[in-house]
Design a protein around this ligand. Sequence first.
Ligand code: PLP
Length: 427
Amino acid sequence: MSEYQFNTNCIHSGYKAESGQPQVLPIVQNTTYRYYDAADVAKLFDLESADFMYSRLGSPTVNALEEKMAALEGGTAGIATSAGQAANLITMLNICQAGDHIIACGNIYGGTFNLFNVTLRKMGIETTFIDYNLSKEEIVALAKPNTKALFGESLGNPALTVLDIEKFAAAAGEMGVPLVIDNTLASPYLCQPLKHGANFVTHSMTKWADGHATSVGGMVIEGGNFDWNKYADKYPGMVEPDESYHGLRYYEKFGNQAFCVKLRAQMLRDLGCTMAPMNAFLTFQGLDTLHLRMARHSENALALAKFLQNHPMVDWVKYPGLSGDDDYERAQKYLPKGASGVLAFGAKGGKAGGEIVLKHLKLASIVVHVGDIRTSVLHPASTTHRQLSEADQLAGGIKPELIRVSVGCEDIEDIITDFDQALRALQ
Ligand code: PLP
């Protein structure tokens, strides 16, 4: 556990230069590590040594990022992955096997919804999608003997809903399953789900963590707070001997870091969804300023949301930091330092209105992305969701006029001026 507070950890955790060493985390661009005694290599294969062996399984630059992110989330260990998608995939594969069942919120990122609903289903893992407003009792009532995990996003993308993490943690506790929270949109600066009872946190590091739109990546953080022995029958992979690792018992040997050791030893080994050192370096640099950026993103998003709310060419605004928003009270509790940088609004004129606004924006860029330092916009009805019928779009919460904005760190006056002139094109 770090002795420092959050902002200091953004800058200092994960890497410390010893005397005469580079002040900035070096990029170790390398596949393999030399040894002089085969016995030392044998120790690596027996997981008796934490040294590096082969970069698919871990390397110094990636390791530094894992340590920094674990410190920021208050976890015991982290595993970096090639993308956010891989982080959610290997978390679930580390918990579940064919025949198992997951309960997940329905208002999650579309890519994760597809991963659970299509790909995991093909692998024999079934998911029940639920409304995030269900009561604890209603969630627990959906548990089956084969239910192995509960999943939700702290701040839903793109629904911008705020999850009652403590309610979900209580439900998971009663079901005897781990609670996994995707904390991408909030970032650990705004919300630390482990402190509210979650057991694992996942991230698309591609978003706020990197923050400059340079690198795709993911992360799994272990809370070290799930007692696998108590539910040994349900999670044999954590407590029984691993035949692919000389009969190793992960929980017995690695305790509160066992989940991440198993992720590395089995999932990175078998699936190879490892983060590259260059991406780890760039993301590590991004995290150095996470605290500064998230404060500014949130401040700018709130100011833009308030401006849009009063604009004559705007029908509605969704931002959990706005008082009166359905998620406002939960945002005050779970995102006390700000409600993040993403908002959605509906311009007058339906789908055509949304298209006109995007066409007239000058400063804001049209990109399929959130979390960049530059203000970014997307009109899902004419881009990402254009293959769907309007009825299917509406079922997925995509109104024809919806414009999603990832509010950047530019001067707020310039951002507001840009949206104002683009909206005036509708008049
Ligand atoms: N989780 C959330 C909440 C996301 O928004 C995304 C991507 O937008 C992902 C996971 C997937 O991350 P990646 O694009 O890095 O694979």
